[in-house]
Design a protein. Sequence first.
Length: 177
Amino acid sequence: METVSVCCDSCGASLEFPNGVSFVTCNYCKSKLKVKQTSSTSYTEIVEEVRAMSEDVESLKKESRLERLDREWESQKELFMIKKKNGFSYLPTDVVSFSQFIPVLFGGLIGFVTLSIVLLSGNKVEGVTIFMLILSVLTILFGLFLIQNRYKMKNLYLKAELRYKDSRRKLLKEMNS
Ligand SMILES: [Zn+2]
């Protein structure tokens, strides 16, 4: 069977097909081509350029997926934001503020002062002293709870961020392939 070799008018790939065929579809870009033949050469003309169209649509879809991913992450980030009374809000991964250690330090101070007074005065541990010691322990526990909570938030945030970055990377890779 005699074959004809031509270049795809759309992507330039060389195509071979049986002589006499007047329409072909490019194997590479899927463009529909009309085969033109002169006495000396054969060439193709695009009838329907499928590729550019479908690629545009695809890349638009992926772009909007990326946009949506980014937008979703922004609103998810909002949930993790720690809002301060002064109007500032920051992420759990931002600088650890001194303020979150205040309850622990304060509780420790109460305990330290109470024990010092007891030791120095030689009084029995009773009444107000017991109350102060319990207060000290509870304040410390409360402080530790707050700190631990903050770290939990931080870990949750980091995990969510990792997931987001991962999805984003995959999508970008898809877009570039
Ligand atoms: Zn082609």
